[in-house]
Design a binder for this molecule. Sequence first.
Ligand code: C5P
Length: 403
Amino acid sequence: MSQKRVLLIVGGGISAYKAPLLVRALEKRGIGCRIILTKAGSAFVTPLSLASVSHNEVHEELFDLTQEAKMGHIELSRSADLVLVAPATADLMAKAAHGLANDLASTTLLATNKPVMMAPAMNVAMWYHPAVRRTMETLRGDGIHFVGPEEGEMACGEYGPGRMAEPEDIACVVEGFLNGKAVYGSLAGRSAIVTAGPTLEALDPVRFISNRSSGKQGYAIAAALARAGARVTLVSGPTALHDVPGVTMVRVESARDMLAACQSALPADIFVAVAAVADWRPKTMVDVKLKQKSSQGSPNIALVENPDIVATIAQSGTNRPSLVIGFAAETHDVLTYAALKRNNKKCDWMVANDVSGDAMGGDTNAVTLLTPNGHQTWSQAPKEQIAKRLVDTIAQHFSAAAN
Ligand code: C5P
């Protein structure tokens, strides 16, 4: 079997200093590297060190007559089994999203007929910037694969997502990809819809009925599902939280809008209903402010029941996700009510949590997962950890079903 080859494009971010380690990690797995070094990349790593570790010349210029005579940039773009961009800077990603071709790296990305994988690396505020969110969305739509970024301490001293995945992890994902395995994570190839946050039901143009849900648990689950490789749509009520990187965000206000957004995101393999949906909404929204003098007596607000989103999705016939998970926030008799809700709403699993403490709005949660096979309790832990456990359990469920 011929040796697998990667065309590595090294962008201009601080993590470019890890590029030689990445080349070594790929070589260790029998994967050869041709390398393109951008001008900005060469500020962080020298062509000489990359040429030394890869035993190949490093390409830097688009119009280099000597190189064009030996190997044209078009040929270079097709010479590998995979084009890997690491670090993928915001600039390089934006160029690729817009189809710009004004240097060797961007031209190669436009000219290649091979799969492309990117390992983004940038400051956390850049990663969250709406422009980068749009870029990610476009690149995903164009079929670009991603590895990372990871969450952690950055070279700039800030903390959050944006750090390039470790060279060993990137090499491992590349090896899996070249061997036809899942791109990244235990839920690669699966799709999920998550609802999160409160809903807001307008009484008049300024007043509304809502609740204290922060959205933290649902956002953490969406992030964990995306990290496990699932394609995730997060349908969120109004929250103060940042968009989740790598996730399609749909922001809504009312329960009815949330249901419509979930229905348009179908079909999906997994549905996780974490939102604290308002059970009732005002029958009619009055378009003038609901201000009444006390002499007029208290206002009479007629309420009507909202649709039950999870129950509707769980009974959506052929479109029904194969795993529907509800959350039951209770203040007493938690397990009893959760079991009832699992039945009534036709959910496969129900996550019961006691919200008599500060689970709603707080950073930690303690839950019991009810499945048709029994229940397991996960003691008080940060919501990210609860999310990771739930996603691991979801991944086990799918891998057991596949075997
Ligand atoms: O409010 P309740 O305790 O019935 O919520 C249990 C589950 O049902 C949660 O997963 C919640 O997201 C979901 N739900 C829903 N639509 C509603 C009410 C609740 O999807 N209208």
